[in-house]
Design a protein around this ligand. Structure first.
Ligand SMILES: NC(=O)c1ccc[n+]([C@@H]2O[C@H](COP(=O)([O-])OP(=O)(O)OC[C@H]3O[C@@H](n4cnc5c(N)ncnc54)[C@H](OP(=O)(O)O)[C@@H]3O)[C@@H](O)[C@H]2O)c1
Length: 269
């Protein structure tokens, strides 16, 4: 096989899944925020590894493009279920679509998120509500509705677990001026992940919060004048960590991974 150009992210190189492999592994995942950025990278990695996928985000055209790419890389079982995570109806619709197509769930990737900078003193209430809805309430609803599916799938006795991977943020761990609301939602997500482990890990369902500093995606375009893209964490770095986590046995619980940027104190985005 010819080698891919060096600019191609590692998770897109050397597709090693042929049609039918997903049926052989029988593993499936739901990925939120899969229409771009980190979520699209995670979806591609899981698809390459043979997971049947349900992809969700608001933009159907972007989801369709990601799904078409994945099929081109050898992932035949990719479902698109668009919706706004701030809408109360979305989690149920996504879970219903996934259940009908696949019947079980090995991996729930809570990746969709929004954030905007603003001082506490002047942060508008409507932006607070939207950030909480997308970053916390929606993920909680989706998680809650996925627990029965993951319970039905996980069987620690046979070495099969189910994983939740949540994209939190380093700001959820270390407060940063101007990021109060975003950071608060991410801190809550980290706490939610920890509770999943206390409640469900004995049943083979465990969760990991990834807490990166600035990653080179559209979300960080606003800060590029201060932090150049070359100094940001690569999407591929996050994808590789997710890949490592989903490969662990159900006996290994990883509550949290902080990824800081080289050249910083390690306690800042
Ligand atoms: N980039 C960073 O520096 C960084 C650092 C730490 C943590 N994170 C976290 O990593 C996750 C992914 O971020 P990213 O950098 O990949 O950002 P991104 O490129 O802006 O992607 C965000 C994703 O979330 C989806 N989304 C946004 N609002 C939504 C809504 N209301 N309902 C459903 N989906 C929605 C977007 O799709 P649609 O627009 O199609 O809805 C998109 O797929 C986020 O949770 C973010 O907070 C990012």
């Amino acid at each position: 096989m010819p080698s891919a150009p060096s600019s191609t992210p590692a998770w897109k190189q050397e597709p090693d899944v042929t049609e039918g492999t997903e049926r052989a592994t029988g593993r499936t995942a739901i990925v939120t925020g899969a229409s771009g950025g980190i979520g699209a990278g995670i979806a591609a990695m899981l698809g390459r590894r043979g997971y049947g996928l349900t992809l969700t985000a608001r933009r159907q055209d972007a989801l369709d493009a990601v799904a078409a790419d994945l099929r081109g890389l050898g992932s035949p079982h990719v479902l698109v279920s668009p919706g706004d995570l701030a809408d109360e109806a979305t989690p149920a619709a996504v879970v219903a679509a996934h259940t009908e197509a696949f019947g079980g769930l090995d991996c729930l990737v809570l990746n969709a998120g929004v954030g905007s900078a603003g001082a506490i003193g002047s942060y508008p209430r409507h932006r607070f509500d939207k950030t909480v809805a997308v970053n916390l309430s929606g993920p909680f609803e989706l998680l809650q509705q996925c627990v029965p599916l993951m319970r039905a799938t996980a069987d620690p006795a046979t070495g099969r677990g189910a994983r939740v991977v949540a994209l939190a943020s380093i700001t959820g761990r270390y407060a940063e001026p101007g990021l109060a609301v975003y950071g608060a939602t991410k801190a809550a997500l980290i706490s939610l992940v920890a509770t999943v482990n206390t409640e469900l890990s004995a049943e083979g369902i465990s969760a990991t919060a990834l807490c990166p500093g600035y990653v080179e995606t559209d979300m960080t375009l606003w800060v590029r004048d201060r932090v150049p893209a070359a100094q940001m964490i690569r999407t591929d770095d996050i994808v590789r960590l997710v890949e490592a986590v989903v490969d662990l046995s159900p006996q290994a619980v990883v509550p949290e991974i902080v990824i800081s940027r080289a050249g910083t104190s390690g306690y800042e985005a």
